[in-house]
Design a binder for this molecule. Structure first.
Ligand code: SF4
Length: 286
């Protein structure tokens, strides 16, 4: 299968630059340069995504670790992770692969090899997780129908910062997603390279398109522990559907963020706030 980047357009004929259409950011990439994620580049030979179909982590995890609690509970899932990310959260729990220092070699896994791997490991679902799977969207959407033919479902664990086209492309191909809503403070979202409006819009489209969606909110002191913001987030989720499971995850210091771990009293208070609006609320990583 020949995988080439789908979501990009030349700027003014493409002599100097091209626009990436993979995520909400829409980077204009000059020839010889990379987009903000470091995963997409424009060169004389065309628009290139060097990490497409390349993975650094392959594991079999319990589905609850994604986390998904109301999609095939109790099952295991083949989990793949690649390199790089389109956001730069200071507390990144997976920074060694999301923002690697120096050269890291990822191995290519063809779609055919992935089907074989899933069968060999007796797995009926594949999750793209650990780093941001948006950057693998061309691969994921090409692999999903082939996997489905072989009885293997597709899951994405994502920050939800898709472009509209990539978001709509998931409908009918991706069976389940966990979307990480970082905070309900738009300004803080922007500082981490994301967009509150984009994650809201994409979540709403995916739910109405029939994708099973669960949401994770990592409660980070100073970023996402404001009670009023959290209550507004729970209200928004309930307005999409009170059946959407919410995973309230406890933060521990990582990467460039060294605030102490989230107090358990905050986690419990947030669970009570969300529990008044949503049917399925879970505390995780506690
Ligand atoms: S995926 Fe997003 S961050 Fe990366 S180059 Fe494309 S628009 Fe920019």
């Amino acid at each position: 299968m020949n995988l080439v980047p789908r979501w990009w357009t030349p700027v003014n004929g493409g002599v100097i630059a091209a626009t990436c259409g993979m995520c909400f950011r829409g980077c204009v990439i000059k020839k010889g340069k990379f987009g903000v994620c470091g995963a997409r580049t424009y060169r004389d030979e065309g628009f290139i995504s060097p990490q497409l179909g390349r993975f650094i982590s392959v594991a079999v995890d319990p589905i609850e670790k994604k986390p998904l609690r109301r999609w095939r509970p109790g099952s295991m899932i083949l989990s793949l992770g690649g390199l790089r990310c389109n956001m730069y959260c200071p507390f990144c729990q997976n920074h060694s692969i999301a923002h690697p220092l120096g050269t890291v070699r990822a191995r290519e896994i063809s779609v055919e090899s992935l089907v074989e791997l899933a069968h060999r490991m007796s797995q009926t679902a594949v999750a793209y997780t650990y780093n941001e799977p948006t950057l693998q969207a061309e691969y994921i959407y090409a692999a999903a129908p082939v996997l489905k033919e072989h009885g293997v479902a597709t899951v994405m664990v994502t920050n939800g910062m898709f472009s509209d086209a990539v978001c709509d492309g998931a409908i009918g191909l991706v069976d389940a997603m966990n979307i990480d809503v970082k905070t309900f403070d738009g300004e803080k979202y922007g500082k981490m390279g994301g967009s509150l409006e984009a994650v809201k819009r994409n979540t709403e489209r995916l739910v109405s398109g029939g994708v099973h969606v669960e949401i994770t909110n990592l409660v980070v002191p100073g970023i996402s522990d404001d009670e009023r913001d959290f209550a507004r987030m729970a209200e928004w989720i309930a307005s999409v559907s009170p059946e959407i499971p919410l995973h309230i995850s406890r933060y521990f210091p990582a990467f460039r963020y060294d605030a102490p771990p989230t107090e358990m009293s905050v986690m419990e208070r947030f669970r009570d706030i969300a529990g008044g609006r949503l049917r399925h609320v879970y505390i995780g990583n506690a």
